[in-house]
Design a protein around this ligand. Structure first.
Ligand code: HEC
Length: 136
């Protein structure tokens, strides 16, 4: 084997590895968002029902899910998505804190949190009609 051939093989292997890594990441991201969607709905229900303890639990779970979201976007160097994830995590924390004293006030923070969902979806989610794609 000559040197050039070896080099070409290494490059091909690297590209293939990167492509597989990206493809593998998509599935977990999908799952994070499904979890986010379900927990976000549950949070609203619990706030509406004035179930503070359950709402605080949902808010804490969302905070963790958005840390995961942030970790997904960081290597893609998509700064605004990372920022949306950070702000969403902070907003989820704020909902949790507010819910401790007043679930009505917590609903306001909930609306603030929702803006980050919409902001990131507008810039980075593509609706194909059959499902959603990530647009880095
Ligand atoms: C940092 C960006 C970002 C933030 C913040 C974000 N999302 Fe997403 N979301 C995406 C992208 C990109 C997709 C499309 C890819 C996918 O479905 O995996 C998506 C998909 C989804 C889906 C569809 C999942 C599926 O595949 O069935 C739901 C539901 C969802 N998001 C809910 C939410 C909710 C609710 C919030 C806020 C509480 C939120 N997201 C915040 C980027 C984000």
């Amino acid at each position: 084997m000559n040197r050039q051939f070896v080099l070409v093989m290494i490059v091909i292997a690297a590209v293939f590895a990167a492509a597989t890594a990206f493809a593998q990441q998509h599935r977990p991201y999908d799952q994070i968002m499904k979890d986010v969607g379900a927990t976000f709905a549950s949070l609203k229900k619990n706030l509406d029902a004035n179930s503070a303890a359950a709402a605080i639990e949902d808010a804490a779970k969302l905070q963790g899910l958005f840390k995961e979201t942030e970790a997904f976007w960081a290597p893609l160097k998509t700064k605004d998505a990372v920022d949306f994830a950070k702000r969403a995590s902070d907003a989820a924390a704020a909902v949790g804190v507010a819910a401790k004293s007043d679930t009505k006030a917590a609903l306001e923070s909930y609306t603030g949190l929702q803006k980050n969902c919409a902001g990131c979806h507008f810039s980075h989610r593509e609706d194909t009609g059959k499902g959603f794609l990530i647009r880095p």
